[in-house]
Ligand binder design. Sequence first.
Ligand SMILES: CC(C)(COP(=O)(O)OP(=O)(O)OC[C@H]1O[C@@H](n2cnc3c(N)ncnc32)[C@H](O)[C@@H]1OP(=O)(O)O)[C@@H](O)C(=O)NCCC(=O)NCCS
Length: 164
Amino acid sequence: MAAITIRPATAADLDTINEIYNHYVLHSTCTYQTEPETIEARQAWFANHGPPHPITIAEQSGHIVGWGSLSRFHARAAYGRTVENSVYVDPNHHRRGIGRALLADLIDRARQLGHHTIIAGIDAEQTPSVAIHAALGFEQVALLKEVGFKFDRWLHVIYMQKML
Ligand SMILES: CC(C)(COP(=O)(O)OP(=O)(O)OC[C@H]1O[C@@H](n2cnc3c(N)ncnc32)[C@H](O)[C@@H]1OP(=O)(O)O)[C@@H](O)C(=O)NCCC(=O)NCCS
C-alpha cells in the first residue's frame, strides 16, 4: 500500500476538506451538522485556527484521503490547553490506516504544542470512531443521553479523553 503522509492544511485544501466532511453531514450521525458546510464557513473556520490549533491533511499517492484538526474545546480562557479533535477519512479509503495516522499525528502535535488533554465528542452509534479513539488511548469519561436529534431520532454522545 502507498505511504500515507500527513502535512499541515492550506487554503487550497478547503474544497476537498468540505467534500469529505459534507458526505458525513448528509449520510451519517458522526457530525450533528444537518446542512452541508458552505465554503465561506469553511474558510472562516480555517482562518480561526491559529498555530495552537492545527489542521492536517493525509495524502496517499498525491490524493487527499482525509483530514484532521485540533480545535479549542471551549472559548473561556481557562480551557486554553484543552483541545477537541476531529478526524474525517474519505469514505472510499476506510480501514487502510489513514484515520490512525491522522489521529496519532494530532496527538503528537498536541503534545508538542503544550496542550494538556484531548477530548473527542462522538455519537454513540459510531463504532469505528469509538474504536479508533480507544485504540489510541482515549478513555470514555461521559455519556450524554439524547442531546442530538438527526434523521428523526434522538442520539447519545460519548466523550472520550486522552491525557497528554
Ligand atoms: C473513524 C474513522 C476516522 C476511522 O478511519 P479509518 O482510516 O477507516 O481507520 P483505520 O484504518 O486507521 O483504523 C484504525 C483503528 O480504528 C478502529 N476502526 C476503524 N474502523 C473501524 C470499524 N469500522 N469497526 C471497528 N473498528 C474500527 C480499529 O481499532 C482500527 O484498527 P485496526 O485496523 O488495527 O483494527 C473513519 O471511519 C471516519 O472518517 N469516520 C467518519 C468520521 C468520524 O466519525 N470521525 C471521528 C469523529 S471526530
